[in-house]
Design a protein around this ligand. Structure first.
Ligand code: SAH
Length: 350
C-alpha cells in the first residue's frame, strides 16, 4: 500500500464529491499544474473511472504515485436482473456495509433509484427497508457513485434519478443537497429530472425548500387522516397532518414548484372511496400531483395489493375533483427491486 492508501483509510476523504475547483486545489497540492484538475473532473464524473491509473492523460509516474488513492467508488457485490430488465444492485461500501440501488430502463430513459442511507430508521409498516434496521447516512460521494455505477453497467447515460431507495433523504439533507448539486452540475442531469421523496420530517421540509432547488419534490402521504397515517407511519405521531400539509404549501410558495403526493394503496386499508374523498378534501386548491402506488408485497407485512377496480374508483374520485393523478406500477417486482422492497441484504444475497 502506498502512503495514500494509509492516509485515506484514516480520513475517508474521497475525490468523488469534490467540485472542479476543489479538484484543482487537490492536484496543485500534488505538485501538478492546475489544468490537471479539469482533466481529473472529466475522468471522474464523465468517464466514471474507478482508479486514477485509468486516467491516460496523466503522466505514467503520476498515475503510479496515485494508484492507491481512494476515489470513492463502491463495488458491485451482486446484481439481479428482473424480466422487465430492471437491475437491482447490492453495492459494498468502503466500510463493508451493503446498500441497494436500482437501474430502471425504459425506451427513452434510464432511471436510477438511489439510497440515501444504509437502512432506514422510519420503520413504516409496509416497507421492507425499515424492517432491516438502520446503520448510517450515506455521503454525497456514496450517492453519486450509485448513479455512475448504473451508468457504467448499462453503458448508457442516466437521465433520471429518484431518491426512493433505502433511507429517508431529509434525515440526511446536507449530503443529499450536495449530491443533487453534483449530479446536476458535474454529472449533467437536469434538476427537474431528480426526485426527492420524503415521508416528512419536522422542520426539514422548510429547510430543504430554502435551498430552492428545481428538483421534483414528493411527499409520502399514504393516508388522509392522522389516525390511519400514524398506524402506517409511526413517525407521523411527531408530525401532525395539518402541519405537514401547511409545510408543503409553504414549500410551493418558497420554491415555486408543485409537490407530488405519493399514496400507497393497501387493499381494504386506505383504498376505499371515502378515503379518496378525504384525500380530495386535504388537497383541494393545492398545486399538487398524486401518485398512487399499488402495494408491492413484502414478507414481513400482511397487506394486500388492491384490485384494478378499486384502484380505478379511487383514481376517478380524485380526477372528478380536478386533482392531477397517476398510478405508478413499480418496475422490478420480480427481483424484489420495486418501491419498498429494498433492504440491507448483507445477510441475504439472492
Ligand atoms: N423514505 C422516503 C423514500 C423511500 S421509499 C419516503 O418514504 O418517501 C419510496 C416510496 O416507496 C415511498 O413513497 C414509500 O412509501 C413507498 N413504499 C414503501 N414500501 C412500499 C411497498 N411495499 N409497496 C409500494 N410502495 C412502497
Amino acid at each position: 500500500m502506498t502512503i495514500w492508501g494509509k492516509i485515506m483509510t484514516l480520513t475517508q476523504e474521497t475525490l468523488l464529491g469534490k467540485s472542479v475547483d476543489e479538484l484543482t486545489t487537490w492536484v496543485k497540492r500534488q505538485g501538478q499544474p492546475a489544468y490537471r484538475g479539469k482533466q481529473l473532473h472529466q475522468w471522474l464524473y464523465q468517464k466514471g473511472v474507478r482508479s486514477l491509473t485509468e486516467i491516460s492523460v496523466f503522466p505514467k509516474a503520476l498515475r503510479e504515485e496515485l494508484k492507491d488513492y481512494p476515489i470513492g467508488r463502491s463495488n458491485i457485490y451482486h446484481c439481479t436482473i428482473a424480466p422487465d430488465k430492471t437491475r437491482k444492485y447490492l453495492l459494498s461500501l468502503a466500510d463493508g456495509l451493503i446498500i441497494e440501488t436500482v437501474g430502471i430502463p425504459t425506451s427513452k430513459r434510464l432511471t436510477v433509484c438511489v439510497s440515501s442511507q444504509v437502512g432506514c430508521p422510519m420503520n413504516c409498516d409496509f416497507c421492507a427497508t425499515g424492517k432491516g434496521g438502520y446503520e448510517r447516512n450515506l455521503s454525497c460521494a456514496e450517492i453519486v457513485d450509485q448513479v455512475l455505477t448504473v451508468q457504467e453497467d448499462f453503458q448508457q447515460r442516466v437521465s433520471h434519478v429518484v431518491f426512493m431507495g433505502m433511507g429517508e433523504p431529509l434525515l440526511n439533507t446536507k449530503e443529499v443537497v450536495k449530491a443533487v448539486k453534483i449530479l446536476n452540475q458535474d454529472v449533467g442531469i437536469g434538476q427537474r429530472s431528480l426526485t426527492i421523496s420524503t415521508v416528512g420530517v419536522p422542520k426539514k421540509i422548510l429547510e430543504f425548500a430554502h435551498h430552492k432547488l428545481q428538483v421534483t419534490f414528493a411527499v409520502s402521504l399514504h393516508a388522509a387522516n392522522q389516525t390511519l397515517r400514524e398506524k402506517l407511519i409511526p413517525s407521523a405521531k411527531y408530525y401532525p397532518l395539518p402541519k405537514l400539509l401547511s409545510d408543503c404549501r409553504k414549500y410551493v410558495e418558497i420554491t415555486g414548484r408543485r409537490v407530488t403526493f405519493e399514496y400507497i394503496l393497501l387493499g381494504g386499508i386506505n383504498d376505499l372511496p371515502e378515503q379518496s374523498i378525504q384525500l380530495t378534501k386535504c388537497l383541494k386548491g393545492f398545486q399538487s400531483h398524486v401518485n398512487l402506488i399499488p402495494y408491492n408485497p413484502i414478507e414481513e407485512a400482511d397487506y394486500q395489493r388492491p384490485d384494478a377496480e378499486s384502484i380505478n374508483v379511487f383514481k376517478s374520485i380524485l380526477e372528478g375533483q380536478n386533482i392531477a393523478v397517476s398510478v405508478r406500477y413499480s418496475r422490478g417486482l420480480e427481483a424484489n427491486a420495486a418501491c419498498g422492497q429494498l433492504r440491507a441484504m448483507s445477510t441475504a444475497k439472492e
